[in-house]
Design a protein around this ligand. Structure first.
Ligand code: G
Ligand code: G
Ligand code: MN
Length: 430
């Protein structure tokens, strides 16, 4: 068979294709398709093709076969729900080793080669090496087994094992969520809520933190702890962050104009992957210029954990951002292995005391002394300080007594949509 791509899914014998019949119309080449649908009789991939995706079978059955050099066909077996097909070609870039045809209508979840390559790059190098070596050996065994008549019997047990592995690793759920998130970024299902930073003495709103939410078509409004880790693992966070940056800075511009206060700032959360691209700071500057917001009104929120990676790349990008006028704010401060020496290496402006210490400081002496230490450390090192998670007036009073003036927390306001943020500013600024 001539090498090509897998895009032709018409069966020459039955001439069935996806445009007819009861299944929804779909385009197998559309990257925004959460599931790919193949009708019974369609080819999903052909031996010798260049492979650009692997697929998890959600439902339906497929038949796997090989064509021997003499042209005869060898049946390798069948696979059903829970099985992975087409993984070999995306691991080692080799041609498809077998032909896979739907024998029932199939719903497939796709893992593109690009996604897989990115996941492998983010993983432990040993995992990548061993994966490739095992595959090399398997291809070798496959080539030497041409005299075997029929694989079908042996592979039905394999199919059972694969299904158990897929269920145990919950990988199907993860792949589905990643595919859905890709659609969410492209189709405006993400939105931001804004939580104010308040001066506890004057009650003045100084700025906002942008917090990402996902309006999931079935699950409803989803909080970031449910999807940010997946978005980071898959690299999808990069596009989401870029979107959030532009969106929140546009909001900032509108808020500044409405209340006439150009010192109002926006604090945006970043992940480690966002800093892998050295062009990122200049891209951000371009966006800020377009929107008309000054870099000094933008705070980049990063976690202590990110700094602890000690990557030169992260340091360089952060230095460049600071040079351009943006501020670096350390989120959840106190939860990492806070060593003072590393803070010095970065152009940090603000420490945000983690909410767990603020919550426990009344009643728990070790939390209180940590809060005190962080505050005096900030004063000595010239950092500004923000207390996260202030929920009661007692906490606010205690913090003010310790000379911490700025807070974020439910006592002042919960995260809110832009319109509510606007109303809050109008109320506070008269
Ligand atoms: O308010 P909330 O529960 O939404 O925030 C939960 C966590 O998700 C916070 O720790 C916050 O830092 C993180 N988070 C919120 N929005 C974003 C975002 O846009 N990007 C990243 N990387 N993290 C975010
Ligand atoms: O890690 P990060 O600081 O970005 O997390 C912000 C998260 O904390 C958001 O989920 C936000 O909704 C939540 N949050 C903000 N203020 C409070 C508070 O006063 N109490 C509690 N429990 N959560 C808060
Ligand atoms: Mn944050």
């Amino acid at each position: 068979m001539k090498p090509g791509t897998d895009k032709t899914n018409k069966d020459p014998e039955t001439e069935s294709n996806s445009q007819s019949g009861l299944l929804p119309v779909f385009d197998a080449a559309d990257p925004l398709q959460i599931e790919k649908l193949y009708r019974a009789g369609e080819y999903i991939m052909r031996q010798g093709d260049v492979g650009d995706s692997a697929y998890f079978i959600q439902s339906g059955r497929v038949l796997i076969s090989l064509t021997r050099p003499d042209g005869s066909e060898l049946l390798m077996g069948q696979r059903g729900a829970g099985s992975l097909i087409g993984e070999m070609a995306i691991v080692d870039d080799g041609p498809r080793s077998a032909t896979v045809k739907a024998i029932e209508d199939c719903r497939l979840l796709e893992i593109s080669k690009a996604d897989f390559t990115r996941a492998l790059r983010n993983s432990n190098p040993i995992v990548g090496l061993v994966t490739r070596l095992i595959l090399l050996r398997y291809r070798d065994v496959l080539q030497r087994s041409e005299n075997i008549k029929d694989f079908s019997a042996a592979t039905s047990m394999l199919e059972q094992l694969e299904k158990v592995h897929a269920e145990e690793s919950r990988v199907l759920e993860l792949v589905r969520m990643a595919n859905e998130f890709r659609v969410a970024v492209a189709r405006n299902q993400l939105f931001l809520e804004y939580q104010p930073f308040v001066n506890m003495e004057s009650g003045k709103v100084l700025g906002f933190e942008a917090l990402m939410r996902w309006q999931h078509p079935v699950k409803g409004k989803m909080r970031p702890d449910l999807f940010i880790p997946m978005a980071e693992d898959t690299g999808l966070i990069i596009d989401a962050t870029r979107w959030a940056f532009r969106e929140s800075c546009s909001t900032l511009k509108r808020l500044q104009q409405a209340c006439g206060d150009t010192s109002l700032f926006m604090s945006i959360n970043f992940s480690a992957l966002d800093f892998d691209d050295p062009a990122f700071p200049d891209e951000m500057m371009f966006i800020l210029h377009e929107i008309g917001v000054s870099a000094s009104n933008v705070h980049l929120e990063i976690t202590e954990r990110l700094l602890l990676r000690h990557s030169d790349q992260v340091r360089r990008v952060l230095l460049r951002c600071r040079e351009l006028g943006m501020h670096i704010s350390i989120d959840d401060f106190g939860t990492g292995y806070s060593s003072l020496s590393y803070l010095h290496q970065y152009p940090v402006s603000i420490l945000k005391i983690d909410q767990s210490f603020v919550r426990n400081m009344i009643g728990d002496d070790s939390s209180l002394s940590l809060v005190k230490t962080i505050i005096s450390l900030s004063q000595n090192m010239g950092f500004e300080i923000i207390a996260e998670g202030v929920e009661t007036i007692e906490q606010a009073r205690l913090l003010l007594g310790l000379r911490c003036h700025v807070a974020q927390g439910y006592y002042y306001a919960r995260p809110m949509p832009e319109e509510a943020a606007l109303m809050l500013l109008e109320k506070r600024h008269g």
